[in-house]
Ligand binder design. Structure first.
Ligand SMILES: NC(=O)c1ccc[n+]([C@@H]2O[C@H](COP(=O)([O-])OP(=O)(O)OC[C@H]3O[C@@H](n4cnc5c(N)ncnc54)[C@H](OP(=O)(O)O)[C@@H]3O)[C@@H](O)[C@H]2O)c1
Length: 236
């Protein structure tokens, strides 16, 4: 894909991995829409991004299909096409399953799992037109289970299965579909505050570079499921 002038939508692009991907795609000359749940978080993110003429911020909660339909309509009205969709928005709540609250369980299912479907549902006709690319941000928690993560594991195992099946459905339209499964990334996930102590982790811009590499891959080749992890977890 020649990236200059292509249009991307990144859900949950106000911070963390989504923001890092936004920076990387803007540096390639792409037009980028980012979303988040509040006007405040969207506005703060927009202030930090370069290439202001190529970026828009949209308030959208991925747990609501109507929000995602509105987000895609806004992008199509603004730029007339949609080439790359990153279903990145996600939350994590960790507790032994007997202590997991109903609210936290549903928050993860609604955002991490229902959200990726809503984003695809809202954008798939535009992606058919552009013969574009749809990616999800799953996690190594989509293949490795661990204590306190029953809810998060359930969503991320689900996202991996969802994305792989969607890939089989959509490749006949020349839509590429990939799920990226990172290990620890230095972000604000689960109220973490990134610091120097996170130097051993994957950095958001590394995932941005990975996305650029995927977009530039030859049209005939599709890395459909990618595990990516810190090289030196022993340095933690
Ligand atoms: N950090 C890691 O180690 C790691 C590892 C593997 C996978 N992941 C996955 O990577 C993705 C991004 O996480 P992150 O680490 O970058 O976390 P983060 O720094 O907390 O960022 C999360 C982003 O998601 C947005 N968001 C949350 N709920 C949303 C909703 N319902 N609708 C729209 N946007 C929503 C947030 O925006 P607002 O707050 O502005 O709404 C924010 O932009 C998640 O799916 C996560 O599960 C993270």
């Amino acid at each position: 894909m020649d990236l200059k002038g292509k249009v991307a939508y990144i859900t949950g692009g106000t911070k963390g991995i989504g923001y890092g991907i936004a920076e990387s795609l803007l540096a390639q000359g792409m037009k980028v829409a980012i979303s988040g749940r509040s006007q405040k978080s969207v506005d703060e993110a927009l202030m930090g991004l370069n290439n202001k003429e190529n970026v828009v911020g949209i308030v959208s909660d991925v747990s609501k299909l109507a929000d995602e339909v509105n987000a895609v309509d806004t992008i199509l009205k603004q730029w007339g096409q949609l080439d790359v969709v990153m279903a990145n928005a996600g939350v994590g709540h960790f507790a032994p399953i007997d202590e997991m609250s109903d609210k936290d369980w549903h928050s993860m299912i609604d955002t991490n799992l229902n959200g990726v479907f809503h984003t695809l549902k809202a954008s798939v006709e535009a992606l058919k037109k552009s013969e574009g690319y749809y990616m999800t941000l799953a996690s190594l928690a989509g293949t490795n289970f661990f204590a306190t993560a029953a809810g998060y594991n359930a969503t991320k195992f689900g996202v991996v299965g969802f994305t792989q099946a969607a890939m089989l459905d959509l490749r006949k339209y020349n839509i590429k579909v990939t799920t990226i499964m990172p290990g620890s990334v230095a972000t604000h996930f689960n109220d973490h505050v990134p610091s120097d102590k996170d130097a051993w982790k994957i950095q958001p811009e590394d995932i941005g570079q990975l996305v650029v590499d995927l977009l530039k891959m030859h049209p005939r080749t599709l890395p459909s499921k990618i595990e990516v992890r810190p090289t030196r977890p022993d340095l933690k």
